[in-house]
Design a protein around this ligand. Structure first.
Ligand code: TXA
Ligand code: MG
Length: 338
């Protein structure tokens, strides 16, 4: 049975309890600024194995290691390249995971046998409190069952993992709503493997030009980040992204409805108004892409609870956080309609 600790302020005795379970090798889910993570002691092979088991995650997909202070970093990595160090100065704590050369100290199943390791310091008071209380490096993938969208509320975690993990620290809704940016800093020119909360232009302002992994630019290239080869989000009903405006969306909807399909819409407030919809999954205002991004995964989970044959999704700008938003939406979608 999974324990839920509801936290609404710090200091909090329940976080101590959660930290003790982590020290005992148990799995505990906790909020970060991006999505909820499922944590376990990264020095404990058996504890790490239970993360893979609880999620149903393939064991060749490496986990991110979360730390509560930068001082401990050098215990786990061979070195910190200058550009990595600048990224940490600029964005830690925050939604960016930095791939560094591992020194092999942590449990080998954390990195799935790779000689590199992804490190991240989350920008969430409860996460930092938990990390500091247990005084351990914590391996934590997103706290969803494999194949489900990452969880942005404790309820999502409970739905997917109740009975499979020891506890959940409930800190309410997460802010960013999509996973951290992953950047490989073991290369001479760093490469973004996964777009996320810290945008490419933020990064380039801090350290100059970086590359974008081919698998991000073009969906079907061989992925460089092992996780990018798995289809993470597989909603029950097919999602089509419709490029173009309301007229095009109306056309596509009409055609599907004429074939007897029950159509649902995943759109902005503005688009819903233009289409005169009284029933739609509203992501937020076009004027606030961060808000739309933050609501995406909850809406994708709602899609699974609806009895529909087809979901038509709006196509958003790829500027700024829009890069991460559209990356996740495209991965959930079965096709893009021009
Ligand atoms: O925001 C986040 O990053 C969340 C929160 C909980 O911190 N975590 C998360 O973890 O999204 P996960 O396991 O769902 O995604 C980690 C991604 C995967 O795509 C994985 O393949 C990649 O990072 N990754 C981890 N270590 C790597 C490494 N050494 N080299 C390349 N990619 C790596
Ligand atoms: Mg994940």
């Amino acid at each position: 049975h999974t324990k839920v600790w509801t936290i609404d302020s710090l200091p909090n005795q329940q976080i101590q309890e959660a930290a003790e379970l982590l020290q005992q090798g148990q799995t505990v889910a906790f909020p970060t600024e991006t999505v909820y993570g499922l944590g376990a002691d990264a020095t404990n092979e058996k504890a790490v194995r239970s993360i893979f088991e609880a999620k149903g995650r393939p064991s060749d997909n490496p986990l991110i290691v979360h730390i509560g202070s930068r001082d401990v970093l050098k215990q786990y990595v061979k070195d910190v390249p200058a550009q990595a160090s600048k990224l940490m100065d600029a964005f830690w704590p925050g939604p960016i995971t930095i791939i560094l050369p591992s020194n092999g100290t942590l449990a080998t199943n954390v990195t799935a046998g790779l000689d590199t390791i992804g490190m991240r310091m989350p920008d969430h008071p409860y996460a930092i409190e938990l990390l500091q209380a247990c005084a351990l490096p914590i391996a934590a993938p997103s706290a969803n069952r494999s194949g489900k969208p990452s969880p942005t509320t404790a309820e999502h975690v409970y739905h997917d993992l109740n009975g499979r993990i020891a506890g959940i620290v409930d800190g309410g809704r997460t802010g960013v709503g999509v996973e951290s940016t992953v950047i490989d800093c073991t290369l001479d020119k760093p490469m973004i493997l996964r777009p996320g909360g810290v945008t490419q232009s933020d990064i380039e302002t801090a350290i100059g030009p970086v590359d974008l992994a081919p698998s991000v630019v073009k969906k079907d290239e061989q992925p460089r980040s092992p996780g990018m080869k798995y289809k993470h989000y597989a909603p029950d009903a097919p999602i089509w992204i419709v490029r173009g405006g309301s007229d095009r969306m109306r056309e596509v909807a009409l055609e599907a409805q004429q074939q007897g399909k029950h159509v649902q819409f995943l759109v902005s407030q503005e688009r819903a108004e233009e289409l005169g919809l009284n029933e739609a999954l509203i992501l937020g205002s076009q004027k606030n892409l961060a808000d739309i991004t933050s609501n995406l995964y909850d809406s994708l989970r709602q899609v699974d609870r609806l009895d529909v044959d087809l979901v038509l999704a709006e196509s958003f700008s790829k500027k700024g956080i829009g890069e991460a938003l559209m990356n996740r939406l495209e991965r959930a979608a079965t096709k893009v309609v021009q």
